[in-house]
Design a protein around this ligand. Structure first.
Ligand code: F0G
Length: 440
């Protein structure tokens, strides 16, 4: 038994009767324990549907609030909302625990972005340092429920780190496929440390994703990329928890970096569901931000989603270096149903925004800073108003990508706007005084 187990059995008054999987494209239904990567009829992506909880609105809000002080069984910021995530996890739940991430206000970041009411939802505070843990606790729980003999994923680094950790906790062998030479040091190190069988694929992320799908089909290994609908259920709790932290008074915008688009899809699903359950009165708009060199979704948005381009992705933000996002269709739905927008930022904008977030004492990885850079860009374009209430999601921890960080501060010539290069000195007090006097 793991730590969140009691949370899943605590409140029978709210526990619904059943969940099932449904193809988001053709509507074919499957049992909640079918181990399918995609719809058998049409190849579409699946989604999980739960029977609505017996309580709604203020009563359901009160149940969630009470669990905050329920003790160890409710210590996960994912399983606290189990009615909306996986009501039937029961004794299978594998929890670190995860979630319960802070919503931070930092003046320096607010004034840089141009929004006084900017809050940073810092998912880097999760156990493996990214939001992936919220999806993975549910995905690996599901792997246990169905008796998977092994689990696998393709990754730009964070999913693999998270899968490695949760699979280790569950005692299930994990196989990860990552693009050789394109994964940040901290992430690759985690996958090795947690004991996943790590394959460095000579190709990009998109090649890894195609390969892992073939491998999981042929070898009967349970696929835990974000095309897995149970991962999406867990990732919904980023938005749900942020809304609860705001007293269920929805902000104007939720802004997040977008790569494979699983998270954008999860946010859309979360917002639809909490609105239908009367937990919020109005739906915030989603702003999904891509790196300019990896922006097929943004380019489709500009054509009212009538196109579905694939690109050869190139960006310093390796986490979102993805040219053919798997959750494209579900993310379109998320943007449409929230009157959302998709925008892009350059690598220079990402790195400068990251330097500002870092220097505020918060810190994040490059891809995460795309959300702050995106807010700044959307304010300049007049899409976000300076007076709007905005939550920007920081998806990963500052230590994930020390390489990008050191290149910015000490190796870029000319030094970028916010560079803070180290100074090498002789071991004398005069040398220290000289540095302090010149400010060099
Ligand atoms: N931010 C970070 C830090 C990420 O690791 C990712 C995705 C994203 C944003 C984008 O989220 O793919 O749901 O649109 N990382 C995946 C991985 C692809 O393999 O770790 P998305």
């Amino acid at each position: 038994m793991t730590s969140a187990t009691s949370a899943t059995s605590a409140t029978s008054a709210t526990t619904p009767r059943a969940s099932y999987q449904r193809c988001a494209t053709c509507g074919t239904q499957y049992s909640d324990t079918d181990a399918l990567a995609r719809c058998v009829s049409c190849g579409g992506l699946l989604e999980v549907v739960h029977a609505p909880p017996l309580l709604r609105g203020a009563e359901l809000r009160a149940v969630f609030a009470a669990r905050r002080s329920d003790g160890p069984g409710s210590s996960s910021g994912v399983w606290r909302y189990h009615e909306l995530v996986l009501p039937n996890g029961g004794a299978h739940v594998v929890s670190h625990p995860e979630g319960n991430t802070p919503l931070l206000a930092r003046d320096r970041v607010s004034s840089y972005a141009g929004v006084s009411g900017l809050l940073l939802k810092h998912e880097g505070h999760n156990p493996t340092g990214s939001f992936k843990d919220r999806g993975m606790t549910v995905g690996v729980t599901q792997a246990r429920r169905i008796g998977a003999r092994a689990v696998a994923c393709a990754s730009t680094g964070n999913t693999s780190a998270s899968l490695a950790a949760y699979a280790a906790q569950a005692g299930i062998p994990a196989l990860v496929f990552v693009p050789a030479g394109q994964v940040a040091t901290g992430k690759l190190a985690q996958s090795l440390a947690y004991g996943a069988r790590t394959l460095l694929v000579k190709g990009d992320f998109d090649a890894c994703l195609s390969l892992v799908q073939q491998a999981s089909e042929r070898l009967g290994i349970y696929l835990l990329n974000s095309i897995n609908p149970f991962r999406i259920e867990g990732q919904k709790t980023i938005a749900i928890e942020a809304l609860e932290q705001l007293g269920w008074d929805a902000p104007d915008w939720l802004v997040l970096p977008a790569g494979n688009l699983g998270n954008t899809a999860a946010f859309g699903k979360a917002l639809r569901e909490v609105h239908e359950l009367g937990l919020i009165d109005r739906v915030p708009r989603i702003a999904a931000i891509q790196a300019e060199g990896a922006a097929p979704f943004a380019s489709s948005f500009r054509h009212d989603f009538t196109t579905r381009p694939k690109v050869k992705a190139e960006t310093v933000a390796t986490a979102i270096k993805i040219g053919d996002p798997a959750s494209f269709d579900r993310a379109v739905q998320a943007i449409r149903s929230t009157n959302g927008v998709v925008s892009t930022v350059s690598d220079a904008e990402i790195l400068d925004a990251k330097a500002v977030v870092d220097a505020s004492g918060v810190g994040c990885e490059p891809a995460s800073a795309a959300s702050v850079a995106g807010v700044r860009r959307l304010v300049k374009e007049g899409i976000i108003r300076p007076s709007d209430r905005v939550v920007a999601v920081l998806t990963g921890h500052v230590l994930k990508d020390p390489g990008a960080l050191l290149r910015y501060h000490q190796e870029t010539d000319p030094p970028p706007q916010f560079a803070n290069p180290p100074v090498e000195i002789e071991p004398t007090i005069e040398a220290v005084e000289r540095v302090l006097a010149t400010g060099d």
